[in-house]
Design a protein around this ligand. Structure first.
Ligand code: AMP
Ligand code: ZN
Length: 460
């Protein structure tokens, strides 16, 4: 069985051949930690968790290294810190914001059933590597210093007579068109409109570090160089897979490739570039002004994390996803059923009918359809398949118990009402038995009568 992945650079599905099968290496751009993550941010986290699990299944747990960074230096973090902790020195306030937000992020993605990556580097702990990359770029003639900034020149990159990739290759944009379409109000220190920042001066009070390239004033890195530095430190100059949301292809990933390839004279940074599609809510773009902006944290108050996870994986990762209440309700029903039939059985090997679509560019909707097919047959294989995809972290009793807790209904009270209803039915008082059934329904309890008596469950 061979794994095939869609590569954004070559625009095709290709057989995955790792550089070293004993050390399969993947980098995914992580969160900027300034606020609760929204459900769109959960998409790359879940999608690449599935890929991480699949790679571990195929190559062995000890042979896969997954790096997802934490961006802890950013204007949005500074603004938030100044707003929330006006009494504190800015650097201390920033530490509070990044620590709190980082913890919230971990709690959220743990609840979504995502494994922690092998390494979660923080940008502020890799300033040294950033400086090295920037120095190399300046020495190589790909970057220059102007007014205490260091700027990368895509035009210098494309003028170089070498095996470097062309700037624009990943996002399929032509540099000439970018130049022609450039805005007029370009920062005065830039030689060309397409140049981007590698390093910039810090404002007074802002986090700052000694600058590279002979700049006297202290400064801070640009966003793109952070990922080049962290990927280099933890995965090397050239590695297997680089991922993130589709919005990151340009400029972020285009710039990462430019920095890494020019600094290390490489033809490639990653062999496979993978991007998830965007998430929208009830057919609308998610935004604060539309009032449909939902955090993972808020959703977790109403739904178990695995329901959110299943709901995400019902759509192929490259397609846009429409996040709806209706679909969430269906996902919850499906998981209730799977927990009942598969959570307490000994898991077997994941079924071939599930693994085959997964290795075909992570076709999770087909894998889920195959699991529905296993439900009435090989439940051991269903259990193994569900676990491979990061489900069934609880026993059936825990799952049911959590639902009861969430509903706030006392099972003893339910049993009592059912006994009253049975008594009413046996004296043919159907008005009373219907009243009790409606009452139970209003409590979120569904009942089922059979010749062996009445059973019940929470219907949510
Ligand atoms: P950000 O915090 O905006 O840098 O985003 C962190 C990650 O979430 C990136 O990989 C983004 O591409 C991804 N992302 C942000 N918004 C969405 C969305 N609505 N749907 C899918 N992915 C998203
Ligand atoms: Zn990145």
């Amino acid at each position: 069985m061979e794994l095939r992945l869609y590569d954004t650079l070559s625009r095709e599905k290709r057989t995955f051949v790792p550089l070293d099968p004993k050390n399969v290496r993947m980098y995914v751009c992580g969160p900027t930690v300034y606020d609760f993550a929204h459900i769109g941010n959960a998409r790359p986290v879940i999608v690449f968790d599935v890929l991480f699990r699949l790679l571990r299944h195929l190559y062995g747990e000890a042979h896969v290294k997954y790096v997802r960074n934490i961006t802890d230096v950013d204007d949005k973090i500074n603004d938030r810190a100044a707003r929330d902790f006006p009494g504190l020195p800015l650097n201390e306030a920033i530490r509070k914001v990044t620590e709190q937000t980082g913890e919230q992020f971990h709690a959220d993605v743990d609840a979504l059933g995502c494994l922690r990556p092998s390494v979660e580097p923080r940008a502020t702990e890799h300033i040294g590597e950033m400086r090295v990359i920037i120095e190399r770029l300046v020495k190589g003639g790909f970057a220059y210093v102007a007014e205490d900034h260091v700027l990368f020149s895509p035009q210098a990159m494309n003028a170089a007579n070498s095996t470097l990739p062309r700037y624009g290759a990943l996002s399929k944009r032509s540099l000439d068109e970018m130049i022609a379409g450039a805005r007029v109000d370009v920062a005065p220190y830039k030689r060309d409109a397409t140049d981007f920042v590698l390093w910039k001066p810090s404002k007074p009070g802002e986090p700052s570090w000694p600058s590279p390239a002979g700049i006297k004033a202290e400064g801070r890195p640009g966003w793109h160089v952070e990922c080049s530095a962290m990927a280099w430190k933890h995965l090397g100059e050239h590695f297997d897979i680089h991922g993130g949301g589709i919005d990151l292809v340009f400029p972020h990933h285009e710039n990462e490739v430019a920095q890494t390839c020019c600094a290390f004279h490489r033809e490639r940074m990653a062999n496979y570039w993978m991007h998830n599609g965007f998430l929208q809510v009830e057919s609308e773009k998610m935004s604060k002004s539309l009032g449909n902006f939902i955090t993972i944290h808020e959703l977790l108050a109403d739904w178990p994390g695995e329901v959110l996870r299943l709901n995400m994986l019902k759509t192929h990762y490259r397609s846009p996803i429409d996040w709806t209440m209706k679909s969430l309700e269906e996902s919850a029903k499906t998981l209730d059923d799977w927990y009942r039939v598969a959570a307490d059985v000994a898991p077997g090997e994941p079924a071939a009918s599930v693994v085959e679509p997964l290795i075909d560019d992570l076709n999770t909707p087909l894998a889920i359809a195959a699991m529905h097919g296993l439900r009435g047959g090989d439940v051991g294989a269903l259990a193994g398949s569900l676990r491979l995809l990061g489900f069934l972290s609880e026993s059936a009793a825990q799952w049911e118990g959590r639902k009861q807790q969430a509903s706030g209904v006392d099972p003893k009270e339910v049993e009592g009402l059912i006994a009253e209803r049975t008594a009413a039915r046996s004296r043919k008082d159907f008005k009373e038995s219907d009243r009790i059934r409606d009452l139970l329904a209003a409590m979120g309890v569904a009942i089922k009568d059979s010749k062996d008596g009445t059973t019940w469950e929470f219907s949510r």
